[in-house]
Design a protein around this ligand. Structure first.
Ligand SMILES: [Zn+2]
Ligand SMILES: [Zn+2]
Length: 284
């Protein structure tokens, strides 16, 4: 990839895209995947606009979004990303989904949960003030899904983005994501705050989030018939009410999480790099 494709001035890039013909050209190139199109073929696919105007718009797009090879015109990496963003609806649509009940209950009060969409995906309690999950979620996620399926997709989408953040990779731009601070229990439960060095994307991960993928925890819950890896986040939150999360020391930071099921416990210790340094089994 040429370096100018990734270092385009954002204002210039947005200006370049503020035209219907240019968007139509990008879409036409997207529809043929990576097959190059000749000038004439491309012009036909966008409805045969005036040749001079078409040439002008195509020339503008060639600054960043379209490249020309011997076989014809194709999208650059930046061009593909723009079309992807348009197709995901993030830049153009603002759909709305009214509150619909889902088959789960509030971790705090036990009332039924609802899912709704208003620029963000939201799962919240139908009675108390509890917002169980609130996150970015592209509008295309609503297409062809019933509310229960929207909730399921929202859970999987968010969980996988959190896993990336925990693994130190920004789910938005793939740049390095570092732990910026540690929250204490009195500040809304122990948690770690992660921030991307590049795009400033932020994620706040409850402490128990760092232990639930550990093989000892996965097999511990498996014995009790619980698939903790695939448990919806709102049910995980209900389960985690019985976990004991303790910040052991501040400098260096260290914490422990004790997970419980029936009378058995499993206690895991984490260091400041969020590595699990110790696993202990005990029975109450
Ligand atoms: Zn509630
Ligand atoms: Zn980022």
């Amino acid at each position: 990839m040429k370096t100018d494709e990734v270092s385009a001035d954002p204002e210039r890039a947005f200006w370049l895209l503020s035209d219907e013909t240019r968007i139509a050209i990008l879409r036409a190139l997207w529809e043929v995947s990576n097959d190059p199109l000749s000038f004439t073929e491309l012009r036909e696919r966008v409805g045969n606009p005036n040749s001079g105007q078409f040439n002008y718009h195509l020339g503008k797009l060639r600054e960043h979004f379209v490249s020309k090879g011997e076989a014809g015109y194709t999208l650059t990496q930046a061009g593909r990303e723009v079309v992807r963003a348009v197709l995901a609806g993030s830049l153009t649509d603002q759909p709305y989904m009214d509150a619909e009940p889902i088959d789960s209950h509030c971790p705090d009060c036990g009332a039924p949960l609802i899912v709704r969409y208003d620029e963000y995906g939201i799962v919240e309690c139908s009675e108390c003030e509890n917002t169980v999950m609130w996150n970015e979620f592209p509008p295309a996620a609503l297409a062809g899904r019933r509310p229960e399926e929207v909730a399921e997709a929202f859970d999987k989408w968010t969980r996988n983005r959190f896993h990336l953040a925990m693994d130190g990779i920004c789910p938005n731009c793939a740049c390095e994501m570092a732990v910026e601070s540690f929250d204490h229990p009195e500040e809304g439960g122990p948690a770690t705050n992660h921030r991307c060095r590049n795009c400033k994307y932020e994620a706040r991960v409850p402490l128990f989030g760092h232990v639930i993928r550990h093989p000892a925890v996965v097999s511990f819950f498996y014995q009790y018939g619980i698939d903790i890896v695939n448990l919806p986040y709102w049910e995980l939150r209900t389960l985690a009410r019985d976990f004991d999360e303790i910040v052991l020391t501040d400098a260096p930071w260290a914490a422990s999480v004790t997970v419980t099921a029936d009378d058995a416990c499993l206690r895991l210790t984490l260091n400041e790099r969020l590595e699990i340094t110790n696993v202990e089994t005990s029975v109450d």
